[in-house]
Write a protein that binds this ligand. Structure first.
Ligand SMILES: O=c1ccn([C@@H]2O[C@H](COP(=O)(O)O)[C@@H](O)[C@H]2O)c(=O)[nH]1
Length: 301
């Protein structure tokens, strides 16, 4: 069995980019013309809306599948539609897999040990073909070590990945994550909790799938965390719509040009909201190509 981190690093090298595309399908961001074409009106049922978000994802997947190593569906956009949304998420995960894309499911789970194990088994099951099965998930760390360990154990046992929210991209994160305890930031203390599991699960690629979410919006934090967790893979959100800059992206990577995956959702999925005249398969592809070129430039200069 090739474990998640080695498949991810392999796919990054094969596609020659660490950029990934977030799948955050929101009907109110989709072009009106596209919704009309799908027959979506204010009277459409939940099932019809959920099917529309899946169809939109297919357009995005077809535009970007040969360009990037992975996609990151954000669970909230699917949960919004109840069971129909979960079916849309399952179908999206299967469609991504059919296109040889790795799937990082952004669900930000966290709970006491027994429940954490159940969450891990739900999203990272041993059977690779289960519809809801992702290759990696995001988790929140604030229930402490007995919350983190079951996720780590399940992920290591089945060759999956975990991204712990260490320094998130949002502006309000600082009020918690930059609290100082004994002269250290809370995010550094959270990173300590990851290190041992990361060090024990380094794959043939030299990296560990026990990783961290580190926003591109906080370059100074990223520099510290890169040093603290040199072998962990970082999931780097905050580019594109959130305005994270080149410095923040670069800081998440090692000198070997590896160590992170840079994720962008809205700026890729909805180019008409970010300066493009239209949103369609071609403009989505162009948006992904522009991000790939930007990141390539950052990592090679
Ligand atoms: O620190 C974090 C962790 C997760 N996210 C998620 O990533 C995407 C970002 O969307 P953009 O459109 O690229 O801004 C979204 O699903 C967030 O929930 C994050 O932004 N920051």
């Amino acid at each position: 069995m090739t474990i998640f981190i080695d498949r991810l690093i392999g796919a990054i090298q094969e596609k020659n980019t660490p950029c990934i595309v977030g799948l955050d399908p929101a009907l109110d961001r989709m072009p009106k013309s596209w919704l009309k074409h799908q027959g979506i009106t204010p009277k459409s049922s939940i099932v019809e809306r959920a099917e529309a978000i899946y169809q939109y994802n297919l357009m995005v997947l077809d535009a970007i599948a040969d360009l990037v190593p992975a996609v990151k569906p954000q669970s909230a956009y699917y949960e919004l539609f109840g069971s129909a949304g979960i079916i849309a998420l399952e179908k999206t995960i299967m469609a991504a897999r059919d296109r040889d894309l790795l799937v990082i499911l952004d669900v930000k789970r966290g709970d006491i040990a027994s429940t954490a194990t159940a969450y891990a088994q739900s999203y990272l099951p041993s059977e690779p073909k289960r519809p809801y099965a992702a290759d990696a998930i995001t988790i929140v760390p604030y229930l402490g070590t007995d919350c983190l360990d079951p996720f780590f154990q399940e992920a290591i046992q089945w060759g999956k990945g975990i991204f712990v929210c260490v320094k998130t991209s949002n502006p309000g994160a600082s009020i918690i994550q930059e609290q100082k305890i004994n002269h250290r930031y809370l995010y550094e203390i959270v990173a300590d909790l990851i290190k041992s599991a990361a060090d024990q699960s380094i794959g043939e690629s030299g990296y560990s799938g026990i990783g961290a979410v580190v926003g591109a919006t906080y370059p100074e934090a990223a520099i510290k965390l890169r040093q603290q967790l040199p072998r962990s893979i970082f999931l780097v959100p905050g580019v594109g719509a959130q305005g994270g800059g080149n410095e923040g992206i670069k800081a998440c990577f090692n000198p070997d040009g590896l160590g992170g995956v840079v994720s962008s959702s809205r700026a890729i999925m909805y180019p008409h909201l970010y300066g493009s005249e239209d949103t369609n398969r071609d403009t989505i592809r162009q948006a992904a190509i522009a991000l790939i070129a930007q990141v390539q430039d950052i990592l090679t200069t």
